[in-house]
Structure formats: structure tokens, C-alpha cells
Design a protein around this ligand. Structure first.
Ligand SMILES: [Zn+2]
Length: 80
């Protein structure tokens, strides 16, 4: 599927630290509903969210999480 190289970008992207082409590529890729990446991004989001609850500098922007979860739930909606 050729999206292995995106794996190291998820966390940066979720933290809003990814900009430019990488960010566009990743968002584009997720928008196509790649199940592999959606699952990994969801995991990364949860990890980051948990980390963000402790007083550490790596705190995700709340808007990023909201938007991500909205995207995921839209992409992962079961076709019933
Ligand atoms: Zn993918």
C-alpha cells in the first residue's frame, strides 16, 4: 500500500508539528480511508491524549483531536 513511510508522521501530525507537504500527504491519505493508517492514527491519538493529561510539554491541540475523531468516525462508519 506504500504508506509505511507515513507511520512516523502520525504523532507529529497529531501534535500539529507536521507542516507542509507531509501534512497534506497524510491528511489526503487518511481522507481516502486507508484502514491501516486510520487504525494507527487512532492509536497514536489515544497515546498522545493520555500523555497530554499529564503535565508534559507534548500536549495535543484539542481541536486536532476533535477533528481527527470526526474524520475517523466518518471514514470508519460501518456500511449498514
Ligand atoms: Zn495508509
Amino acid at each position: 500500500m506504500g504508506c509505511q513511510h507515513l507511520e512516523e508522521l502520525y504523532e507529529l501530525w497529531l501534535l500539529g508539528a507536521l507542516s507542509g507537504q507531509g501534512s497534506v500527504d497524510l491528511r489526503d491519505h487518511l481522507a481516502r480511508g486507508c484502514p491501516h493508517c486510520l487504525a494507527r492514527v487512532r492509536e497514536a491519538a489515544e497515546t498522545i491524549y493520555l500523555l497530554g493529561r499529564s503535565p508534559k510539554p507534548a500536549r495535543p491541540h484539542p481541536r486536532v483531536k476533535t477533528e481527527l475523531l470526526r474524520q475517523i468516525s466518518r471514514q470508519a462508519a460501518p456500511n449498514r
